[in-house]
Design a protein around this ligand. Structure first.
Ligand SMILES: Nc1ncnc2c1ncn2[C@@H]1O[C@H](COP(=O)(O)OP(=O)(O)OP(=O)(O)O)[C@@H](O)[C@H]1O
Length: 454
């Protein structure tokens, strides 16, 4: 958790009357920790004590205020220095602000209020800067491969080893996998483990943007480029400058735009719609799709040249059902996360519930597992999730037969029932589709193992 550090103020002032005044003003806030120095040299010698803010008298006995300011900025350019001066000369003020002074306050009857204001603002600034640094660090830790992508099955370990390779260079990565297998999670993990992690990670879901808007979304537009373009807008490629652009559902991009994207990737530059200037872009590209792009190329729906350009390092995410015991490991992880976020006590998963999870085919993969587990955590009244509290989505259930412990005969009944419903109870069609005799179906109907549902 982010916690604010106490504010340590260094005040550099040689005039005893002003020292008294500063002490009075700065002690108004009991959170301030104060150190007074009567010379610039003394202040510089104590910079290693890491002050949060410095107030600096411009006319000091030893070195000039300007020199002290330069030395402080040399030591730590982000340290806010508030200059307090008897001089009203604008030129001096401008010069000091140019050198990086945070504020310039004149000694007059308003000094007290101006100083309190300035210190409060500097304090907020420092606290924001610290918070951003903390959050950046937290994000990159959160995306350490092992910490964000949970699992240790053979199939996911193969993915980890590819990811280790992916982060060493800026190679384009193409991620494939069924819906909910963690494609976006993997893209973020690559970014936050790469040397680009301090720059933005920008995700664009091609399928979610209307076709006619994608070009402007990706490459930006100038004011007046088309009706409704009220102002210049930067595209996602520009936003991702120096970082990573993640193009999700790339298989949904139409052919016309595919050729524009290819050009951008080849030239490494864009032109905003309605603009003339060419802008260099330097962003790593990661793409993802649940489609088989090679197949799309064969069918003429995806450009072959773009396909090869984007292929880079291909990473295929295995379906959850192919990750063995990872199902249980991820379920536990998601459960702990949910309990933490909702201040619930520790909840475990019973053996039989685990077995039920392991047998299910998970067509919605980890995303589906997350919703099943969260629902179970809400339903359970004790500190253990039981088999009964694991509920699968009924639409999915209908089309997947293999997740329950049934006999082959029982599975036969279920499959025939499913096909009867699918083909309007047309027995001959069902018999043809399943390549069985129609008499088998009539027998099951007679024995009431299957039924005609209208
Ligand atoms: N191995 C994993 N460990 C923990 N959480 C995971 C794992 N894989 C996926 N998730 C979580 O599952 C959810 C779905 O993942 P994500 O959105 O990355 O999938 P996706 O493949 O991009 O889905 P889609 O194809 O629908 O866009 C997210 O909440 C993600 O954090």
């Amino acid at each position: 958790m982010y916690t604010e550090e106490p504010v340590k103020i260094f005040a550099v002032e040689d005039d005893p009357t002003y020292v008294k005044f500063l002490r009075y003003v700065l002690e108004l806030n009991p959170d301030n920790e104060l150190r007074f120095f009567s010379s610039g040299k003394e202040c510089i010698e104590h910079l290693h004590e890491k002050p949060t803010i410095i107030t600096l008298d411009y006319t000091l006995p030893d070195i000039s205020g300007e020199e002290v300011l330069k030395k402080i900025k040399n030591y730590d350019s982000s340290l806010p220095v508030i200059i307090i001066s008897g001089q009203e000369e604008v030129k001096t003020a401008v010069q000091l602000l140019k050198l990086g002074a945070y504020d310039y306050i004149i000694k007059d009857e308003d000094t007290k209020d101006k100083l309190i204001n300035s210190i409060n603002n500097a304090r907020k600034n420092v606290s924001l800067v610290n918070e951003i640094a903390y959050l950046k660090k937290e994000i990159s830790e959160k995306y350490e491969f092992g910490k964000s992508i949970i699992g240790n099955s053979k199939s996911i370990k193969k993915v980890f080893s590819l990811l280790e390779k992916a982060v060493k260079t800026n190679i384009t990565v193409s991620i494939t996998g069924e819906t909910g297998t963690g494609k976006e999670l993997v893209a973020k993990a690559i970014h936050y483990n790469s040397e680009k992690k301090k720059n933005p990670f920008i995700a664009v879901n091609i399928a979610a943007i209307p076709n006619e808007l994608i070009e402007s979304e990706l490459f930006g537009h100038e004011k007046g480029a088309f009706t409704g373009a009220m102002a210049r807008r930067l595209g996602k490629f520009e936003e991702a400058q120096g970082g990573t652009i993640f193009l999700d559902e790339i298989g949904e991009m139409d052919l016309n735009l595919q050729s524009k994207l290819l050009r951008v990737l080849q030239e490494k530059e864009i032109t905003r719609i309605g603009g003339n200037s060419v802008i260099k872009v330097d962003a790593r590209v990661i793409v993802a799709t649940h489609r088989n792009l090679a197949e799309e190329v064969k069918n003429g729906k995806f450009r072959e040249d773009l396909y090869y350009r984007l292929l880079g390092l291909p990473v295929n995410l295995p379906a959850l059902r192919d990750r063995d015991n990872d199902i249980v490991i991820i379920a536990r992880y998601l459960l702990d996360q949910f309990c933490n976020e909702n201040q619930l006590g520790k909840i475990s998963i019973s053996k039989s519930a685990q077995e039920k999870l392991l047998k299910y085919p998970w067509p919605g993969n980890v995303r589906e597992l997350k919703s099943v587990i969260e629902l179970a955590a809400v339903l359970t009244s004790g500190d253990e999730i039981t088999e009964a509290e694991i509920n699968f989505n009924s639409v999915v259930k209908e089309n997947n037969f293999a997740y329950e412990d049934l006999t082959l005969k029982e599975y036969n009944h279920r499959i025939i029932q499913h096909f009867l419903e699918k083909y309007d109870n047309n027995v001959i069609k069902v018999a043809n589709k399943l390549d069985i005799g129609k008499s088998t179906i009539y027998r099951y109907l007679k024995e009431k193992e299957v039924e005609i549902v209208r």
